[in-house]
Design a protein around this ligand. Structure first.
Ligand SMILES: [Zn+2]
Length: 127
């Protein structure tokens, strides 16, 4: 059986339902390259809260990678106005979640998110 019946592999909580986290597509809808060092090699079992945070971390990582490409004048998903707006909304959503009480993410630092929002704000919105 492909299951994990111990505790959440991030926060260690036991007793709640656990979800097997696996990266399918990235924030921009592209399938993950399984061999990429950025993708997680092993499936992990997380409680509901931690798996939600794990998705936030994934999206943050994807958005930051595209932002870096944009800054380096390489092609970037963020050059598309829709994707830029979606990414910006997603970052603000992360901020709201991370600022909520009892929502300390085991994976993501609120300061990093703030910083990326500020850096995105310095860009001109693509047409
Ligand atoms: Zn957990």
């Amino acid at each position: 059986m492909d299951s994990w019946n111990e505790s959440c592999q991030a926060c260690g909580s036991a007793g709640g339902p656990l979800t097997k986290f696996s990266l399918g597509k990235d924030f921009f809808g592209r399938p993950y390259d399984r061999l990429s060092p950025l993708s997680d090699q092993n499936p992990n079992w997380y409680c509901a809260t931690c798996s939600m945070h794990k998705y936030l971390q994934r999206d943050f990582r994807d958005i930051r990678a595209e932002f870096d490409k944009l800054r380096a004048c390489q092609g970037s998903e963020l050059l598309k106005g829709d994707e830029f707006r979606r990414a910006s909304l997603r970052l603000h959503e992360m901020m709201t979640i991370l600022n909520a009480p009892q929502q300390r993410s085991p994976f993501l630092n609120g300061h990093d998110v703030t910083l990326l929002i500020e850096r995105l704000n310095t860009l001109t919105m693509p047409a």
